[in-house]
Ligand binder design. Structure first.
Ligand code: NAD
Length: 391
């Protein structure tokens, strides 16, 4: 293979930029040629710290470098214009999620990319992690027989109770509380698991979804009330026939686990954000299944051992990570998707997050986010059901 590097440039130097720059320089395929932010102070600071040229605008960055990939790290409300600009200049795009907040805009960008033969690749990229690849292989290798069902939790914890106003990036940028609440946790997070589910079980053919805002005034004194959903549930019917259920929220404590249920057992990952999370396997036998239903057995460690109720760890697939597992408390390597795209360009191949896959993940996110409770059936007629009061 030639030693050609792929020129990448970053637009948007806010909270998240350090996550990318933490690992970017370790990838020999990537050559960061410049950064920019409409708040020039931010890109200047990144430029000084990481020793990379800063430009006054996205246009200036594009016009003064030979960009192959524009990395769009602007806030979601600004994604559309920046991605469109890149495509108009014949540059591939790796976009933070969501591609935009509007499905018509996303389809427009998808068509524009197609007409120009360009890639539109999207975050999140934890599908490329060792944990995800190990799970995908175990499912493909028939470890659990025919998969039937998957349960994915994407609860990020009640962030408003964790002093988010004090969260700052390495470059000193505050976590954008208002923007995060406005965009909402479904658009921000569901892709971290929907990408795994779609990769394993195929395209989503039907969605039944519910979303709502449980608390519209989470940080009084800091941000005005915001009505974007902070809780959603989506039932996804995949082309393979598997049904998956995804819950996204920022009200319940952190739970980012995923379970895949098949005819021969269950595969599970405790934390889908952890690139190195072990994949566990519980094999079914009728004795084990019956034993697990008996409380006195399932609560007793010795009885559990006798009945073989433990989980086994699947041998992990080793992936080329630049990230040390104990690196800065960050379990995720944000550059995996960019490297994957760069390698696709270098080899005339296709990235894992190709245009169709990226569009589809975003369709699922947007349908879930905007489901609200439109299809709810009102059960108000029965007035005799009362709350039970414990005396
Ligand atoms: N905040 C997080 O914890 C987090 C984590 C993972 C992914 N993300 C995603 O990363 C993206 C960025 O998030 P963030 O938290 O860094 O937001 P942020 O608001 O901190 O940063 C966005 C930056 O983009 C700049 N910008 C906006 N329009 C621009 C334009 N046209 N040209 C140049 N710069 C422009 C803004 O000035 C700002 O500095 C979002 O899509 C978000 O969903 C955020």
């Amino acid at each position: 293979m030639s030693n050609r590097k792929i020129n990448v440039g970053i637009v948007g130097c806010g909270f998240v930029v350090d996550y990318y720059l933490d690992t970017m320089f370790k990838y020999k395929e990537l050559n960061l040629v410049g950064v920019t932010d409409i708040i020039n102070e931010r890109s200047d600071k990144v430029s000084a710290h990481y020793k990379v040229p800063a430009f006054k605008s996205a246009k200036e960055l594009i016009e003064n470098t030979q960009l192959d990939i524009l990395i769009n790290l602007t806030d979601p409300h600004n994604h559309f214009e920046v991605t469109k600009l890149a495509f108009e200049h014949g540059i591939h795009v790796y976009s933070e999620k969501p591609i935009t907040m509007d499905i018509k805009e996303i389809r427009g960008l998808f068509d524009l990319a197609k007409s120009k033969g360009l890639f539109l690749s999207t975050a999140p990229c934890n599908l490329l992690s060792s944990a995800a690849q190990t799970l995908l292989k175990a499912v493909k290798d028939n470890k659990i027989g025919t998969p039937r069902l998957a349960y994915a939790e994407m609860d990020d914890g009640p962030v408003h109770l964790m002093n988010p106003e004090k969260w700052k990036s390495k470059m000193g940028i505050h976590w954008p509380i208002k923007d995060e609440f406005e965009v909402g946790c479904t658009l921000e997070h569901i892709g971290y698991v929907s990408s795994w589910l779609i990769a394993m079980f195929g395209k989503v053919e039907e969605i039944t979804a519910f979303s709502t805002c449980l608390d519209n005034h989470k940080c009084p004194g800091l941000v005005e009330p915001i009505d974007s959903p902070d809780f959603s549930i989506a039932i996804l019917q995949h082309s393979s026939g598997v049904i998956s259920r995804v819950t996204s929220g920022i009200m319940a404590p952190k739970d980012r686990s995923l379970r895949v249920v098949g005819d021969k057992g269950v595969l599970s990952v405790e934390d889908t954000w952890d690139n190195y999370c072990p994949v566990k396997f519980e094999e079914y036998t009728s004795i084990k299944l019956k034993a697990a239903r008996k409380t006195f057995i399932s609560k007793n460690p010795i009885a559990r051992m006798i009945f073989g109720l433990g989980k086994k760890t699947i041998t992990p697939i080793k992936r080329k990570f630049s990230l040390n597992p104990f690196h800065n408390n960050m379990e995720m390597d944000f550059c995996l998707g960019i490297v994957d795209l760069a390698n696709a360009i270098l080899t005339n191949g296709k990235p894992t997050f190709d245009n169709e896959f990226s569009l589809h993940i975003n369709e699922v996110s947007l349908h879930t986010q905007y489901a609200l409770n439109k299809s709810a059936v009102k059960l108000g007629q029965n007035k005799n059901v009362e709350r039970i009061v414990i005396s």
